[in-house]
Design a protein. Structure first.
Ligand code: ZN
Ligand code: ZN
Length: 339
């Protein structure tokens, strides 16, 4: 079968023939129909994030079941499914608490084991969620990034009186905008830079009341203006770069929350004095649980979260080089590959 294989550390990847996955008794084999390129696939394909080699990446996907293991119940050949990336052991304290994303033996499809940049992928049956007949494969492939934004919003205490700021209008940020809107926040503000002009326009289409271009205006001063000096109740960081925590501390009101979805690869400065004196609540969330994945699939199926405006490019899988170049150029939002 055709697959994108990351064979060794460093730059470069191969688009080549790879072995069809062997079926195991608790697993299913899925014919991949749509698979999104995620922000985390960038460093994996570029070779700056280490993974077990060789690896077929790809974890935002949907497709049709073509084979079912002997012990699998409730799924059959032909079912249209989207699988959750998170595979917990099921037995540790975190798994028992329903926080399998914190499992000590966590396995993630496309990161620790072969994923969906391939014609076929094997996943445990337990992580598959059936899609309605009217749900598209592209919608199914979009549940993963929605759920990453959702776990952060779900853990918040956003109310109808709240002014909420989303940093970073990438796919996760634009889903955060929609999810915060659904929570009924009073005002949603999205912050980007010059390079994000199109993305900020899209943020407004998807529910942001105000957008701020941090390249030309000071986001803290703009938030002060918008709130009449009261400042923000909640800042969701969907960027993960130094500078954002400092700005967040300055735009939050007393008792506000700084919620981190973006993955930090360097250590930012945070004014803990302000955290103490103003009782700022700081928390982060990583990925999502199967429950949250299912809740997000419902949101998409009910039309409450829109994915289509975020999908800017489609490529056949064999054109991964071209797709990766588009991704590196940042002239895109979500790219969907079709094996
Ligand atoms: Zn992803
Ligand atoms: Zn576990």
């Amino acid at each position: 079968m055709l697959a994108v294989v990351k064979e060794k550390p460093g730059p470069g990847f191969a688009v080549k023939d790879a072995p069809y996955p062997a079926l195991r008794e608790d697993d299913v084999i899925i014919k991949v129909r749509s698979v999104g390129i995620c922000g985390t696939d960038g460093p994996i394909l570029a070779g700056t994030r280490e993974v077990p080699y060789p690896l077929i990446p790809g974890h935002e996907f949907a497709g049709d079941i073509v084979e079912v293991g002997s012990r699998v119940k409730g799924l059959k050949e032909g079912d249209r499914v989207t699988p959750c990336i998170v595979i917990g052991c099921g037995d540790c304290d975190m798994c028992i608490e329903g926080k399998e994303v914190l499992c000590d033996h966590l396995i993630e499809t496309g990161i620790h084991v072969d994923g969906a940049f391939a014609e076929y992928v094997r996943v445990p049956a337990k992580v598959c969620r059936k899609m309605q007949d009217t749900t598209t494969y592209d919608q199914g492939a979009s549940v993963d990034p929605i759920a990453s934004a959702y776990r952060t919003v779900k853990a918040s205490s956003i109310t109808s009186k709240d002014v909420c700021v989303v940093y970073g209008p990438g796919p996760i940020g634009l889903y955060a905008v929609q999810l915060i809107r659904l929570r009924g926040a009073k005002t949603v503000i999205c912050v980007g830079t010059d390079a994000d002009a199109k993305r900020l326009a899209l943020a407004e289409e998807l529910g942001a009341d105000v957008t701020i271009n941090a390249s030309v205006e000071d986001p803290v001063e703009r938030v002060r203006e918008i709130t009449g000096g009261k400042m923000a109740d909640y800042v969701q960081d969907c960027v993960g770069v130094p500078g954002v925590p400092e700005a967040a501390m300055n735009m939050l009101k007393k008792g506000g929350s700084y919620a981190v979805t973006g993955l930090y690869h360097s250590v930012p400065q945070v004014d803990l004095g302000k955290v103490v004196r103003s009782e700022i609540n700081i928390y982060g969330t990583i990925c999502y649980t199967r429950r949250e994945f299912e809740e997000c699939l419902h949101l998409v199926e009910e039309g409450r979260v829109k994915v289509e405006p975020l999908i800017t490019h489609h490529f056949p899988l064999r054109e991964m080089e071209e797709a990766f170049a588009v991704m590196q150029s940042k002239q895109c939002m979500k790219i969907i590959m079709h094996p």
